[in-house]
Design a binder for this molecule. Structure first.
Ligand code: 5MY
Ligand code: ATP
Length: 395
């Protein structure tokens, strides 16, 4: 297996901490793989990342929804050549960040069904619940129980959502088909970065190109953009209801964040420095899994050990509030007996869902998360009309 051939790799995507390349060469051992390069700003080692995935993330989300990655090394020459080659495809704000020679190889979720065509939808659902912690300042609690963190944050960022197609994570996580389809339609009709689309390893961004690919998926070349998006929304909703992952994600976000950052932040000082040792994380996982659901009942003072446990859990909850789902779909004519098949608009589709971007966040971000939360709340308190997220009626 020769990884270091820079002609064999193409730019696929990137985030703040990793840059992902897809393999286009002839080596059968690398076909269908991506190379996930680590940016130098990433504080945790590749070894820690892999162990965290195996020992903490996989037991929580289920082994079939995350894959085992393989650690590999690339040369400095490869990195330099690659950086030069891909720069034109990178978003301008991501260019020029140094990469390290430690990387991982894993399955390419944008070519899941190759050689059959694969349509992949990358959904970043964000925060799927309204907090109910007794630690929330009473001046904030009505707002926090009405409008979700995502919608409030979008408002602070000046990203007013389209009145016709507003995306709200509470709709997506609701389990209610109408609301889920509404959320998915919002992401399909108005591009906002929380739903990306790939076809056979290529990211498809232009609305017209997406329409054509969706028409192919449904073998319906005459459908309008809105109609074909409705079909895609129905398809994604059907498989997200069939698969347990979205419900698991909501449960993890909510139960790992029982105190809200308003409860967590004041506890931080007394517990620093917090360890990132895997043995400690394994204990935290065991304690979380053995715990009864939160019932604070007027209890607002926690024993030292429990405070520490909740700090760990909060950091973990932040990972699950920022991860993405890679939903791969292909047409299936004779696969109706398979568990991962759904029947939508008279057609069978096979699907697979994987979770990505589940690395541990940094402890040092807790004060930042608290400040951001306060900014978000203060800004939204000044706005006259809070959005009623998760309301039972569809506007
Ligand atoms: O604070 P948020 O909710 O805006 O989330 C950040 C994301 O912004 P988003 O709202 O998804 O556009 C942000 O996404 P972008 O880089 O803006 O695409 C990151 O994922 C960031 O995490 P990290 O610093 O890379 O570990 C995310 O920061 P964390 O708060 O998860 O640490
Ligand atoms: N196995 C995979 N197959 C295909 N594409 C992938 C795979 N893993 C990641 N990607 C793509 O690469 C992008 C960046 O990967 P990743 O989320 O791991 O980066 P990150 O820098 O850790 O993200 P963040 O900035 O959110 O912390 C993803 O958003 C996704 O589009």
């Amino acid at each position: 297996m020769n990884i270091d051939q820079y002609d064999d790799w193409e730019y696929l995507a990137e985030g703040n901490a990793h840059l992902v390349l897809s393999y286009v060469g002839q080596d059968r051992l690398l076909t269908g793989k991506v190379l996930r390069l680590t940016k130098r700003n990433n504080a945790l080692s590749v070894d820690f990342d892999l162990q965290f995935m195996d020992d903490i993330i996989a037991p929580l989300v289920g082994g079939t929804h995350v894959d085992r990655a393989e650690k590999v090394a690339v040369s400095d020459t490869f990195l330099q050549a690659m950086q030069h080659k891909i720069q034109p495809q990178q978003p301008t704000h991501r260019r020029g960040l140094a990469l390290t020679t430690s990387a991982t190889l894993l399955s390419d979720y944008t070519r899941t069904f190759a050689p059959r065509p694969t349509w992949t939808f990358e959904v970043k659902p964000k925060w799927g619940f309204l907090p109910r912690s007794p630690w929330i300042d009473e001046k904030h609690s009505d707002l926090k129980q009405t409008m979700c963190r995502f919608c409030m944050h979008q408002r602070l960022r000046g990203k007013e959502q389209s009145a016709t197609w507003p995306y709200c994570p509470l709709d997506l996580f609701s389990g209610d088909h109408d609301k889920m389809e509404r959320a998915l339609m919002a992401s399909l009709m108005v591009s906002h970065g929380y739903l990306n689309m790939f076809y056979n390893g290529l990211r498809i961004t232009a609305a017209e190109d997406q329409k054509q690919r969706f028409q192919e998926l449904f073998s319906s070349p005459d459908l309008s953009r809105q109609d074909v998006c409705k079909r895609v929304a129905r398809l994604l909703c059907t498989l997200l209801v069939r698969d347990p992952l979205l419900a698991t994600l909501k449960h993890l976000q909510q139960t790992l964040d029982g105190l809200d950052v308003e409860g967590i932040y004041p506890m931080l000082q007394a517990h620093q420095p917090l360890s990132t040792e895997m043995a400690v994380w394994k204990e935290v996982l065991k304690t979380y899994q053995a715990r009864a659901p939160d019932d604070w009942q007027g209890k607002k003072v926690l024993p030292w050990d429990e405070q520490r446990q909740r700090l760990y859990e909060y950091v973990l909850s932040m990972t699950f509030k920022d991860c993405s789902l890679m939903i791969s779909v292909t047409k299936a004519d004779n696969d109706r007996a398979l568990p991962n098949s759904v029947h939508v608009f008279g057609q069978w589709f096979k699907f697979e869902i994987k979770m990505v971007d589940v690395g541990l966040k940094e402890w040092a971000k807790i004060p930042y998360w608290f400040d951001l939360d306060q900014q978000i709340v203060q800004y939204n308190l000044q706005c006259r009309t809070p959005r009623d997220c998760g309301s039972s009626s569809l506007q």
